[in-house]
Write a protein that binds this ligand. Structure first.
Ligand code: HXC
Length: 268
């Protein structure tokens, strides 16, 4: 789909995206690159990274992949430093890495709960913390008069409650808290903007195929009047808005991009 934004809105910017090799993370990487950014992507699977980097480069994007697990602090540090070594600076960090599976609270082990908290919440915090010194106003290589920005990918599950998603709901609630608290502390101290996006159901993603294709296929508009499938593109253009100059006065918000779905109520 044609971009509503000028192709140079991220010219000269360097972005690092966790989970940037697949799904929503890949689409954000691609749109960032197509709008002028150099892109580093982090992921656990080398084959996924290699093919994502090849696809990005085929679009003329300066892209590089770094293997790492956001649950490991040493990986987070290494990937951030590799990005700096490769591109000379960091302007935008996107935390898109996430883990998920459907399981009832009764059947979920504490370690299963912890695993998703570790990836989504602790992983996001760890990446933000490792990236901080490079995102500060005046950090090496940064020419902008303001600090960099952070974008955390969240969800809407925890606005109400969701069956079989207690671990993810808790993890994404924590991500939203990180977004607000870092926006306050780092916005005040370092001029860094921290925002989030809460996507609705997005077609052609691991989230959708794992989290109930049957439920979705059978879902009736009667029960969810606002149900519509989104596209990865919808999330990526929201990410462009929030991380480019267009969003320069937006800090500490999590933008819901779900067609209004979370508000759905059955018709009376
Ligand atoms: C119950 C499960 C489970 C399952 C894992 N566990 N899968 N429990 N049902 N289906 C439990 C294990 O039993 C174990 O606990 C603990 O979780 C750790 O499991 P491991 O397999 O050792 O973990 P690991 O290999 O690190 O895998 C992490 C993962 C995996 C999260 C479990 O699924 C993963 O990384 N997936 C890829 C990423 C992904 O799914 N991305 C899509 C995100 S979509 P015990 O007690 O046995 O030791 C998304 C959308 C959110 O985020 C919003 C939607 C609306």
């Amino acid at each position: 789909m044609e971009s509503p934004f000028k192709p140079n809105i991220l010219n000269g910017k360097v972005a690092l995206l966790t989970g940037g090799g697949s799904g929503i993370g890949y689409e954000i990487s691609s749109q960032f690159g197509q709008h002028g950014a150099c892109v580093a992507i982090m992921g656990r699977r080398k084959s996924v990274l290699d093919s994502a980097v090849a696809s990005l480069r085929s679009l003329g994007i300066q892209a590089v992949g770094f293997e790492g697990d956001v649950r490991k602090q040493e990986d987070a540090k290494k990937v951030v430093e590799s990005t700096i070594k490769h591109f000379g600076k960091l302007d935008i960090l996107v935390n898109a890495a996430a883990g998920n599976f459907l399981v009832s609270a009764e059947d979920l082990s504490p370690n299963g709960f912890r695993t998703v908290m570790d990836i989504d919440s602790v992983g996001t915090f760890t990446m933000c913390r490792e990236a901080l010194k490079y995102l500060k106003k005046g950090a090496p290589g940064r020419t902008s008069s303001s600090g960099g920005s952070i974008l955390n990918i969240s969800a809407t599950l925890h606005y109400t409650a969701s069956f079989y998603q207690i671990h993810v709901s808790a993890a994404k609630a924590a991500v939203d808290a990180l977004t607000r608290n870092l926006a306050l502390e780092w916005g005040t101290d370092y001029d860094i903007r921290v925002n989030g996006i809460a996507p609705g159901p997005i077609g052609d993603t691991a989230g959708m195929s794992k989290l109930g294709p049957d439920e979705i296929k059978n879902s009736s508009r009667k029960e969810m009047p606002l149900y519509k499938l989104g596209e990865k593109w919808d999330i990526a253009v929201a990410a462009l808005y929030l991380t480019s100059e267009a969003g320069k006065y937006v800090n500490g918000t999590t933008l819901v991009v779900d067609g209004g779905l979370w508000l759905s109520r059955p018709r009376p």
